[in-house]
Design a protein around this ligand. Structure first.
Ligand SMILES: [Zn+2]
Length: 416
C-alpha cells in the first residue's frame, strides 16, 4: 500500500447484505476445515515467496499465479516493460468484449521485513491455532491478489457462472512499494493497457479492523524530501555560527514544530490522519567517519536529513514547496533541498479510491476509468512491525463476488 487514502466512507455490513439481496447469488458452500482448506493453503503458498524489497523475487510468484489462473480456465499474459519486473495479466473473457472491461489490480511486491522482530518468520506463512496467518504481504496486499482468483474460482466452480458479460482482467504489478514507476506506470502507458479498454478499476485500500469496508476516493501525494546543510568545518572545542550541523538542527526544529502542529490536530480529534500533512523523518546523515565510529571532536561541513511527507489533496503543493524553500532549507542558511513527488493526484470522478497505483491509473485520464476500493482484508490488524490476517476471508470473498457480479451483470457502462 503506497499510501493510505485521505477520505473515506464506509460500506457497512448492511450495505453488503443489500448487495447480496439485490444480486441474489447463491450462498457459498461451507469451507472445509482450516487444516484442509485449499484456499488458505494457496494463500500461504503465495505468502512464502520472498517478494520484499530491496530484492523481490517476481519470477516464482508469477509462475504460481499463472498456474492458479490456468487451473480455473483463465487466460494469462506476462508483459515485461522492464527486464525482471513482470506485469501479469489474467483474463476472464466476457460475452460482450465491445464493452469496457473490469480490472482488478494488486501488486506483487512487499515492503522489507526485519525477521528478528517477528514472532513467526515473515515468509513462513504460519497459521496459528487461533486462525492468524503471519506473513509479510499478508495484508498488503497478497490477500487481495489471491482473493481475486478465489472469487473467480468460486464464481466458476461453485456457482456455475461461466462467462461474465464484461471481460474481467486481473493485473499483478511489480514495484508498487517503491513508487510503481517500473510497474503500473509503464503498464498504464502501454498500448497493451489501452487495448484492455478498461472501464472500471478496483485497487487495494486500507486494512480494516472490523466489518466495515471503506471506499476511498482520494489519495495523499507522497513527497520524499532531502534537505542538506553546508558550513565551515571546525574543531569540536569551539562554538561558531553557521556550521552545517547548526543549520540542519535549526531546520529540524522548525520541521518538528510543523509536524507537531499537524499531529496535534489528529490528537485533539480535529482531523483524521489522512487530512493533515504528515511529516516523518526517515534519515539523518552527518559526521566524520573514523575506523571505530565518528570523529567526536570535529564539526562536519555537511549534514543532511530526509523526510517522508504526505500531502492531502486539499493542500496546495505550492505551500509546502515554499515552506521548504524559505523556512526548512533556505539558501540564507547555506541549505539546499531536493524532493521527489512519487505520484501526482488527479481527481476526475465522483467516487474514486486511490492508492499509489490507482493514482497512476487516474493519470491516464480516461473518462471511464473509475477507481473504487476494497479494503485490504477483513479482520486485520493494522500494520505494526508484523503483518497478519485472520481467517475471515470468506466474508471479503463474498463481498468481492457480490460487487463484481454487480458490474458483470450490467450491460451498460458503470455510472459511478
Ligand atoms: Zn499495497
Amino acid at each position: 500500500m503506497g499510501d493510505l487514502c485521505s477520505l473515506s466512507i464506509s460500506i457497512s455490513i448492511s450495505t453488503f447484505l443489500i448487495l447480496l439481496l439485490v444480486f441474489p447469488v447463491l450462498s457459498t458452500q461451507q469451507q472445509p476445515e482450516e487444516e484442509d482448506n485449499p484456499v488458505i493453503n494457496r494463500f500461504q503458498t503465495y505468502l512464502r515467496f520472498k517478494t520484499a524489497h530491496p530484492n523481490p523475487n517476481y519470477t516464482v510468484p508469477v509462475s504460481f499465479l499463472i498456474s492458479q489462473a490456468r487451473s480455473i480456465g483463465l487466460h494469462t499474459r506476462t508483459l515485461e516493460f522492464v527486464p525482471g519486473k513482470p506485469v501479469l495479466i489474467v483474463t476472464w473473457p466476457g460475452s460482450r468484449p465491445d464493452l469496457p472491461s473490469i480490472l482488478f489490480n494488486s501488486h506483487l511486491d512487499s515492503v522489507p521485513a526485519e525477521p528478528d522482530k517477528w514472532i513467526h518468520p515473515p515468509f513462513s506463512g504460519v497459521r496459528t491455532a487461533d486462525g492468524r496467518i503471519y506473513g509479510r504481504g499478508a495484508q498488503d496486499d497478497k490477500c487481495i491478489g489471491m482473493q481475486y482468483l478465489e472469487a473467480i474460482r468460486n464464481l466458476r466452480e461453485l456457482w456455475g457462472y461461466k462467462e461474465p458479460t464484461r471481460t474481467v482482467h486481473l493485473s499483478y504489478v511489480p514495484e508498487e512499494e517503491i513508487g510503481g514507476l517500473d510497474g503500473a506506470a509503464k503498464f498504464v502507458a502501454s498500448k497493451e493497457f489501452e487495448e484492455l479498454n478498461v472501464g472500471f478499476v478496483m485497487d487495494e485500500g486500507q486494512a480494516s479492523p472490523n466489518d466495515d469496508f471503506r471506499v476511498f476516493y482520494a489519495d495523499r501525494s507522497p513527497w520524499h524530501v532531502t534537505i542538506k546543510a553546508t558550513g565551515v568545518p571546525g574543531h569540536g572545542c569551539r562554538m561558531f555560527d553557521d556550521s552545517a550541523m547548526e543549520n540542519l538542527m535549526i531546520s529540524i526544529e522548525l520541521i518538528t514544530q510543523f509536524r507537531d502542529s499537524q499531529f496535534n490536530l489528529v490528537k485533539r480529534g480535529l482531523a483524521a490522519h489522512s487530512q493533515v500533512i504528515s511529516v516523518n523523518p526517515v534519515f539523518f546523515d552527518a559526521g566524520i567517519l573514523t575506523s571505530n565510529g565518528f570523529a567526536m571532536n570535529m564539526q562536519p561541513s555537511e549534514a543532511s536529513a530526509g523526510f517522508d511527507i504526505r500531502l492531502p489533496p486539499t493542500v496546495d503543493p505550492e505551500l509546502i514547496r515554499n515552506r521548504i524553500a524559505h523556512e526548512w532549507a533556505p539558501a540564507s542558511r547555506n541549505m539546499t533541498f531536493q524532493y521527489q513527488l512519487l505520484v501526482a493526484l488527479v481527481i476526475k470522478t465522483k467516487l474514486l479510491s486511490c492508492c499509489t497505483e490507482a493514482s497512476i491509473l487516474l493519470l491516464k485520464g480516461k473518462e471511464l476509468t473509475v477507481i473504487m476500493l476494497m479494503c485490504s482484508c477483513q479482520h486485520v490488524l493494522l500494520p505494526g512491525k508484523e503483518e497478519l490476517v485472520t481467517l475471515e476471508l470468506k466474508f471479503l470473498e463474498n463481498y468481492l463476488q457480490s460487487l463484481s457480479l454487480r458490474f458483470l451483470i450490467r450491460t451498460s457502462a458503470p455510472t459511478l
